[in-house]
Every structure is written in structure tokens, then in C-alpha cells.
Design a binder for this molecule. Structure first.
Ligand SMILES: Nc1ncnc2c1ncn2[C@@H]1O[C@H](COP(=O)(O)OP(=O)(O)O)[C@@H](O)[C@H]1O
Ligand SMILES: [Mg+2]
Length: 576
């Protein structure tokens, strides 16, 4: 997809800018001609009538030119801003639909730089191009033609300086181009360090790494400074040299022009107009050089933005609509490899779950518990085997239809910096205050909120003003706030003491009657009442059944249970 595709929407504006710029340039090319007429046919022969007539006309042309120029600048700014707004939106929407891994691959800091700084460069480019792209060549060619019409031989003399300018611009651009990708990378790094420093504040402090952090940042910051200084130093040589060439050319024109006037082959007014035309030709050139020097910077930004909007996102989900509620989940030899991984994170998983049932998933860290949940939420698609929702393979079902029916408590909780109410409304915008209070009570979160206006209490910095266990309880409340068919708890009871864990599960049993519940845990106590328990180890199923079953017959499960001091009594008979 082209970065500039959104410009098409502003065809109307662009056409207006085009015609205004055309008018502007023609006006500017016409004025010197009028000047030469006044001087040669009016002042030289002392014809006051003529001077007043042409002078009045000049005034009108000048006014029109100014108006046309101002409006062109207004409309081009409008089109450029609208364009960059659309481009930012396009990047945001794309990033919004990326998976976590994809955002990590591109880099979060880099994505931020691309959406702000790089889009800014492209916007500047569009703005700088819109008018000059027409005006510069028009002024250059038009100025030459008018100069030629004014005096042929003088034009030939002036033309000699052109090649010098072209050669100069060519070399500067060649020197500068390779630095731009480096410059944007350096800016990415500055942002990355700042971002890491801000999010990892506690770790930095705890290990007292402040000074090292400062040194690292200093270095990155300096690198950015040096690169941009080098680029700007090189680029800034262009303008003064051009100005010098323009001045020298004018001197030459005046020198030879004076001779032609003495010879009688040129009038004074014509020389004045001629000088103005050379100035216009040079302005056209300067404009074109500026356009050329902005191209390398922009092309770097364009390719960085393009990388995001063209990023081949992994397809998840299909087109089949789910019209009824979710009543069955079944895994058949479900196998999954993370992209690029050699070993499966899940291999040949089998289980089935129906409405009203609770599935417990237990296993050590890295056994694939969260990975299974990611498949269920369609963050990834199964590599082999099937995950069936109501009997339909999950990769054929529309993503929204699946996610709408799930409610999820993530392993790592995140909250938005607003009130408790606002956070609960994130999962269900229509929820009433009474219902929030009810859910807070079920999740035992009501008790640590103030008595007055509990729903207005603030959650700050992702939830940092609450303890780990309190955050888990708020996250459970948020999941309950939504009316779903499947409630998923990913290790959501780990930071709770046994008593609270137990009480919340009791309350949940009543609250979640008739729907499917999936509880991931490392503690046997948390899942022992589940209808079915899946025991995972290194992505494989090591046991599947009820707590009593597994305890009696499954060595892996029994070992986990025993290591956690569970149920010495009921194991007696199996041991015998
Ligand atoms: N985004 C990822 N990319 C590659 N491998 C991953 C990713 N996330 C997890 N894994 C790997 O998959 C395995 C299972 O992880 P996970 O499902 O998170 O375990 P847990 O049972 O602790 O929730 C681990 O070995 C982990 O290294
Ligand atoms: Mg996990």
C-alpha cells in the first residue's frame, strides 16, 4: 500500500492548490514585463498617463498574485495536515490489529517514533512539494523563456552558471543520503532508552543503576546529536553557495547588460526586467534543490512507515459467524508451534468442555497453559489438530464473534488510569453501578475500596496503587462485569492467600453457573473442584480427569498435590 494513497481523498484541494499556484507563478512572471514597459515606454519618454495606467494595472496584478499565493498556502497546509492525520490513523489501526509478538518485532519505541516523527517528515514533504512541484519548474522555465524574449545574448551568458549549480546539488545529496536511515535509528534508540528507563524505574532504582543509565542515555543522545549535526552541516552549505552563484550571475548580467545598453541593443527597463527574471530562474533552482535535499530524509521515513502499514500480519480467524452462544469447546490433537520455534509449545492436546462445566489446567511455568488460552482467544491459530468451538474449527470463525463471548483475567494485569468504574466499563460499557458493586463483592474487591464512592477511586499507572492480590481481585471483577459464555482465569489466584482464594472460588461457583469456566493454576487447591482437570507438562497432556481420579491414578498430578501438602488421606487407598 502506498504511503501517499490517502492524498487521493484530497484531489479537490490539490486541484485548487494547483490552479492557485499556476496563477501565482504567472502573476510573478508577468510583473517584471510590466516594469520594463513602464520604464522604457513611460519614464524614459516622460509619459505620465502611461506610467499611471500601467502602474495601476501592476498594482492590481500584484494584489491578485498576493491573494492567490496566500490561498494556495492555506489550502496546501490544509491538505497536508489532513493527509498526515489519515496516515497516523492508518498506522494506529494497523498496530491495533497486530499480535503482541508483531509489535515486539517492530519495537514499541520505534512504532511510536514512526507514528509521530516519521509521519511528521512525510507531512513536511507533502507540504513542501505541493506548491513547489509546480512552481519551481514553472518559474525556472518561465523565467528562462521570459529572459530569452527580453534579450537573447544576455540569456546565453547567464546560462553558463547553471551546470555549476547542478553539480553542486548532486554531490551534496550523494554525501547526505546514507546518513538518514542511521539518524532515524538513533532517534528510535533515544526513545527506547527513555521508555525503558521510565517503565523500569523500580528495577533501576533497586539495583542503583542510575548512573549507568545516565551514561547509556548520554551516549545515545550524543550519537543522535552528532549525526544530525553532520547532516545539517552538509545540507547548509547548499544555500549560501547557491546565493553566491546567484549574486555573481546578477553581477555578470549587469556588466554585460550595461554594455548592451551602451550599444543600443537593450533598454534600461529591459535590463531591470532581465535581472528579475534571472532571480526567478535561480529561485526556481533553489526550490528544486530544496525539494531534492528533502527527498532522502523523507524516503527513509516513507520506508519506515511503509514497513508498518505493509507488515504481513498473521491472519487469525475466518468468516463464519457464530450466531448462538458458545456451549462447547473441544480440542482434538491440538498442536501449536510459536512462529519460528523448533519445539511445539502444545502437542496433541485433547479435552472437551460443555456449558456449565469448569475446566482446571495445572502445570509448572512454561508448560503451555497461557499458550492454550492465547489460541482460544485467537491471538494465534493452531498449527495442527483442531480447536473446535460449538463443533466449528476456531480458525474458521470470525474473531469478534469469539472474543465477544469470552471474558479473560490475564496473568499480568493492566488497568487504565481512570476510576474503578471506568475500568469496569472497559469490559462492559453498559454495566450499572449496582452490578459493579455486586461483582466487586464476589471478587472480594469491595472490602479494600473506600466506603464512600468506591467506584470513583482512582486506579493509577496501570494499577500501581494496589497490591498484587488487590489487582488480581480487580481484574476478576472486570472479567465478571462482562456477560460472557466462557470465563478464563490465567493464574489469577496466585497472589491471593488460601482463604481469599477459597472464598472467591465459592462465590464464583454461584455467579458462573451455566457458563464455561477455565481456571489456570499452579496450586492444586485452586482447581480441585473443577469438573475436569488437564495436567500439562512441557506442552503435553500428562493427565485428564477429576481431582479424585487423578489423585488416585495419575503420578504427575499426585506428585504436584503431595508437594503442596494436599490430601494425604485420600491417597492412602491408591498407595495400598
Ligand atoms: N511469544 C512467544 N514466542 C515464543 N515462545 C513462547 C512465547 N510465549 C511463550 N513461549 C514459550 O512457550 C512455552 C509455554 O509458555 P506459556 O504458555 O506462557 O507457559 P505457562 O504454562 O507458564 O503459561 C514456554 O516454553 C515459552 O518459552
Ligand atoms: Mg502462563
Amino acid at each position: 500500500m502506498s504511503v501517499f494513497q490517502d492524498l487521493k481523498k484530497y484531489k479537490g484541494l490539490l486541484a485548487i492548490v494547483f490552479f492557485l499556484t499556476l496563477g501565482n507563478t504567472i502573476g510573478e512572471l508577468y510583473l517584471p514585463r510590466l516594469l520594463s514597459l513602464i520604464v522604457d515606454n513611460g519614464i524614459a519618454v516622460e509619459d505620465v498617463q502611461y506610467v499611471l495606467k500601467i502602474g495601476g494595472f501592476m498594482l492590481i496584478v500584484t494584489l491578485l498574485t498576493i491573494i492567490v499565493r496566500g490561498s494556495a498556502s492555506f489550502f496546501s497546509a490544509k491538505a497536508a495536515m489532513a493527509f498526515s492525520r489519515d496516515l497516523r490513523k492508518r498506522i494506529f489501526n494497523k498496530v491495533n490489529h497486530m499480535t503482541f509478538d508483531e509489535t515486539e518485532t517492530l519495537g514499541i519505541s520505534s512504532l511510536i517514533t514512526r507514528t509521530t516523527n516519521d509521519v511528521g517528515h512525510i507531512e513536511q514533504f507533502v507540504l513542501l512539494m505541493m506548491r513547489p512541484i509546480l512552481r519551481a519548474p514553472l518559474q525556472f522555465v518561465g523565467g528562462l523563456v521570459m529572459a530569452y524574449l527580453t534579450h537573447r545574448r544576455l540569456t546565453a551568458i547567464v546560462l553558463i552558471s547553471m551546470p555549476i549549480i547542478f553539480v553542486l546539488i548532486y554531490f551534496v545529496i550523494r554525501v547526505v543520503i546514507p546518513f538518514f536511515p542511521q539518524l532515524q535509528k538513533a532517534l528510535d534508540r533515544v526513545n527506547l532508552l527513555l521508555r525503558q528507563r521510565l517503565t523500569g524505574l523500580k528495577v533501576v532504582r533497586a539495583f542503583s543503576r542510575d548512573e549507568e543509565e545516565e551514561a547509556t542515555f548520554d551516549q545515545a543522545n550524543n550519537q543522535y546529536y552528532q549525526l544530525s549535526t553532520r547532516i545539517n552541516n552538509t545540507m547548509s552549505t547548499v544555500q549560501p553557495i547557491l546565493a553566491f552563484v546567484v549574486s555573481v550571475t546578477t553581477v555578470i548580467a549587469v556588466y554585460f547588460g550595461a554594455k548592451f545598453i551602451v550599444d543600443g541593443t537593450m533598454n534600461i527597463g529591459e535590463l531591470m526586467a532581465f535581472i528579475q527574471y534571472t532571480a526567478q530562474v535561480m529561485t526556481g533552482l533553489v526550490m528544486m534543490s530544496r525539494m531534492l535535499t528533502i527527498i532522502p530524509r523523507t524516503s527513509t521515513s516513507i520506508s519506515r512507515v511503509k514497513e508498518v502499514i505493509d507488515y504481513p500480519s498473521r491472519k487469525v480467524g475466518g468468516t463464519t459467524r457464530l450466531n448462538e452462544s458458545m456451549y462447547a469447546i473441544e480440542a482434538k490433537d491440538l498442536t501449536f508451534y510459536y512462529p519460528g520455534a523448533n519445539l511445539p509449545a502444545l502437542s496433541k492436546i485433547n479435552f472437551s468442555l460443555k456449558a456449565g462445566e469448569v475446566l482446571g489446567i495445572i502445570g509448572g511455568t512454561g508448560s503451555g497453559k497461557s499458550t492454550f488460552l492465547k489460541l482460544l482467544m485467537q491471538f494465534y491459530e493452531p498449527t495442527e489438530g483442531d480447536l473446535l468451538i460449538n463443533g466449528i474449527p476456531i480458525n474458521e470463525i470470525n474473531t469478534d464473534d469469539v472474543r465477544k463471548r469470552l471474558s479473560y483475567v490475564p496473568q499480568q494485569n493492566f488497568f487504565f488510569s481512570e476510576s474503578v468504574r471506568g475500568n469496569m466499563q472497559y469490559s462492559n460499557p453498559d454495566i450499572t453501578d449496582e452490578n459493579i458493586i455486586e461483582d466487586l463483592t464476589v471478587a472480594k474487591a469491595r472490602e479494600f475500596l473506600p466506603n464512600d464512592n468506591p467506584l470513583d477511586s482512582k486506579v493509577v499507572r496501570g494499577g500501581a496503587n494496589f497490591s498484587g492480590g488487590q489487582r488480581q481481585r480487580l481484574a476478576i471483577t472486570r472479567a465478571l462485569a462482562r456477560d460472557a459464555n466462557v470465563y478464563i482465569f490465567d493464574d489469577s489466584f496466585s497472589a491471593l492467600d488460601y482463604r481469599t482464594d477459597y472464598e472467591i472460588r465459592q462465590a464464583l461457583e454461584d455467579r458462573l453457573e451455566g457458563v464455561m469456566t477455565i481456571i489456570v493454576a499452579q496450586r492444586v487447591a485452586t482447581i480441585r473442584h473443577a469438573d475436569k482437570i488437564l495436567v500439562l507438562e512441557d506442552g503435553e497432556v500428562k493427565g485428564y480427569g477429576s481431582h479424585d481420579d487423578l489423585l488416585a491414578h495419575n503420578p504427575v498430578y499426585r506428585e504436584i498435590a503431595l508437594s503442596q501438602g494436599e490430601e494425604e488421606v485420600s491417597t492412602d487407598e491408591s498407595k495400598a
